[in-house]
Design a protein around this ligand. Structure first.
Ligand code: MF3
Ligand code: CO
Ligand code: CO
Length: 276
């Protein structure tokens, strides 16, 4: 059974209890989330054929420095980059490198800035020039699945209701949900209790209460759900080499539903694609 703890009284480590944050904490998350979202907005025009993921990484580092924010991934568990850049069949945790992006690629850029101790964690898919229909459809399905998960994030529901909403939609579109990675509590810690699975059954898991702060970050494959991690210890790829996509928001549970901390200030929620 899970237990909950007033975030003001909890030690700064993951004790397995679910932190409940207060109004001032939500204000901190708004500032961190807004900066992360602003960076993801600014990346829209940078992502084009010929650009390397290292150049994307350099932008994320500098944008953080210019705004007194530290990228949370920098030196996190031995990871040495400021962002994750996951191209095509890379599911997540792609390491920026000096290879150029090519027309028709799709890339997830995942940014977490720490602002005054608060972690704003979000990612979006970016098209590299015009895409094939299947790639664009995968991006649309993945984005819609995140928004359906967010719709289910409200008091009285459980983490299983979020997972079920995502899985039901994704599988109805003949795509698959990755099981090996999940969303997570976020806030004063980068990765905290509870895990937010992107599959499951209604009513299962942890009951959602006002003050909870976590990410929802479904990874969706065009083919089968299975992944493997490459020998670099980070890069996760689809076993069948099918395309994979992901979107992520940091959200806080409110009395009525939830607040999204990482909404795009410029309305670029699907950068470079029609805004339906
Ligand atoms: N930002 C990722 C997430 O959504 C975590 C990346 S950890 C890293 O949880 F070390 F791979 F960068
Ligand atoms: Co995350
Ligand atoms: Co992230």
């Amino acid at each position: 059974m899970v237990s909950y703890i007033d975030a003001a009284e909890a030690p700064l480590k993951n004790t397995g209890q679910v932190r409940l944050y207060g109004p001032e904490d939500f204000e901190g998350m708004r500032r961190a989330g807004r900066l992360t979202a602003a960076c993801l907005d600014e990346l829209t025009d940078l992502v084009k054929p010929g650009v390397t993921t290292q150049e994307i990484n350099d932008f994320v580092y500098k944008f953080g420095m210019d705004n007194n924010a530290l990228p949370a991934t920098l030196n996190y568990r031995g990871y040495t980059k400021s962002t994750c850049t996951s191209v095509n069949h890379v599911v997540c945790h792609g390491i920026p490198n000096n290879k150029a992006l090519r027309e028709g690629d799709i890339v997830n850029i995942d940014v977490t800035y720490i602002v005054d101790g608060w972690h704003g964690d979000s990612s979006r898919m970016y098209p590299v020039g015009p895409l094939k229909r299947a790639a664009e459809r995968l991006i649309d399905v993945t984005y819609e699945s995140l928004m359906r998960g967010i719709e289910a994030a409200r008091p009285g529901n459980t983490t299983g209701d979020i997972g079920a909403a995502i899985q039901t939609f994704v599988e109805a579109q003949r795509c698959s949900v990755v099981r090996d990675f999940c969303g997570h509590g976020v806030g004063l810690l980068f990765h905290d209790t509870p895990n937010i699975l992107h599959y499951g059954r209604p009513g299962e898991g942890v009951e959602l209460k006002p003050g909870m702060i976590f990410t929802i970050e479904p990874m969706v494959n065009l083919g089968r759900p299975h992944v493997k991690v490459l020998s670099d210890g980070w890069t996760a790829v689809t076993r069948d080499r099918s395309l994979s996509a992901q979107f992520e928001h940091s959200v806080g549970i409110t009395a009525e539903g939830c607040e999204i901390f990482t909404l795009s200030p410029k309305g670029l929620h699907k950068p470079g694609l029609p805004n339906d």
